[in-house]
Write a protein that binds this ligand. Structure first.
Ligand SMILES: Nc1ncnc2c1ncn2[C@@H]1O[C@H](COP(=O)(O)OP(=O)(O)O)[C@@H](O)[C@H]1O
Ligand SMILES: [Mg+2]
Length: 335
């Protein structure tokens, strides 16, 4: 009968020596029943005393992580005293029922992560809005200071501060992609903006010994939102830097293409290509999902926001990636 139980069951004496094990326990622990008989509970699960202590302390979750030949398993268990169940001994006996809940634990962790991210992302728009005005005020005060600088040394210091402020603006913009479209009613010099962005990114990449280059063609003013173009470039470029080890390369290109041969319609194309780690088919299939990330400190919102901004402009984002060839991400939008 106990072999038909869907949960794993072990019964031990008061010293934690296993006196009974069912088929499910043997399957879960990867050991034949006769190996388990007589073994110490401590060897296969945890010391009996620890399980008793957890029960007494009233901890809500009765869980253990165990190591099965290098595979980490999380098991949920219940411990009860079952005197006289297995043998005629009057001594205390303990029944431990347990289940593999590794997947449940993973899902719980994922749920908690998503909840905390969603709390943060709700606060972000307000935070960015609050930062905007003081940021602009500091920026213009610094510009004035630069103009009125009494000497070259002061001007250089102010320039250094301005460069850092510019970098901060870029980070803020990367996040403020929010619900914006890539398209704008106003025309702007996207190429100039991208060259400036590249300068900032290149400085940023210096510390990571990644080789960076850019090929940004001269373009007439385009009906695109430069803040969004910059934010997309920023997100793609930073992902590429993350994917590249020392000695890798990242290239940012942008140009205007003819929509079709002989047509006057034009397409703006921006591309970030790297020689980094690339994506497996599974990652490639999911990388545009909101909150999907393979990084321990990732947010998983970069590509999702880029995709949204491109979609809103009826554009496309194409991702070409494989573990041995690196990654190329291109966005295209009619202009
Ligand atoms: N250039 C790239 N090379 C390899 N993997 C990438 C690249 N860009 C994105 N990815 C994969 O897509 C995932 C999602 O990217 P993203 O949305 O920017 O979130 P995050 O950077 O916070 O992880 C990354 O965690 C990574 O696995
Ligand atoms: Mg990213």
């Amino acid at each position: 009968m106990i072999d038909r139980l869907p949960t794993a069951l072990l019964v031990t004496d008061r010293h934690g020596q296993i006196r009974l094990a069912n088929a499910r326990a043997s399957e879960l622990l990867g050991e034949p029943v006769d190996h388990l008989m007589g073994a110490a509970l401590e060897r296969v699960l945890a010391p009996l005393d620890e399980l008793r202590r957890q029960r007494r302390s009233g901890e809500k979750r009765h869980e253990l992580s165990i190591d099965l030949d290098g595979r980490a398993l999380i098991v949920g268990y219940a411990l009860s005293e079952v005197n006289g169940l297995c043998w005629d001994d009057r001594d205390e006996q303990y029944a431990i029922t347990f289940q593999d809940i590794t997947r449940v634990a993973e899902l719980r962790e994922e749920r908690d992560r998503l909840l905390s991210i969603s709390a943060i992302s709700e606060a972000i728009p307000t935070l960015l809005h609050e930062l905007k005005n003081p940021f602009a005020a500091v920026m213009s005060a610094m510009e004035v200071l630069r103009r009125d600088a009494p000497d070259e040394a002061t001007r250089e210091s102010v320039d250094a501060i301005l460069a850092q402020l510019d970098r901060m603006r870029l980070v803020l913009d990367g996040f403020s992609l929010g619900h914006r479209s890539l398209r704008s009613a106003r025309r702007a010099r996207v190429d100039r903006e991208l060259r400036q962005t590249f300068e900032l990114l290149r400085n940023h990449a210096r510390s990571s010994s990644v080789f960076t280059s850019a090929a940004i063609a001269e373009m007439p003013p385009l009906p695109l939102d430069t803040t969004v173009v910059r934010a997309i470039a920023f997100n793609l470029f930073l992902n590429s830097l993350d994917a590249c080890g020392e000695g890798g390369a990242v290239k940012l290109s942008a140009r205007l293409l003819q929509a079709e041969q002989g047509s006057a319609k034009r397409v703006f194309e921006m591309e970030v290509a790297d020689t980094g780690a690339g994506m497996t088919p599974e990652v490639l299939a999911r990388c545009r999902e909101v909150f999907y990330t393979t990084k321990s400190k990732g947010s998983g919102i970069g590509l999702a926001l880029c995709q949204r901004a491109v979609d809103a402009a009826n554009g496309v984002m194409m991702i070409d990636s494989s573990p041995d060839a690196g990654t190329t991400i291109a966005i295209r939008v009619h202009c």
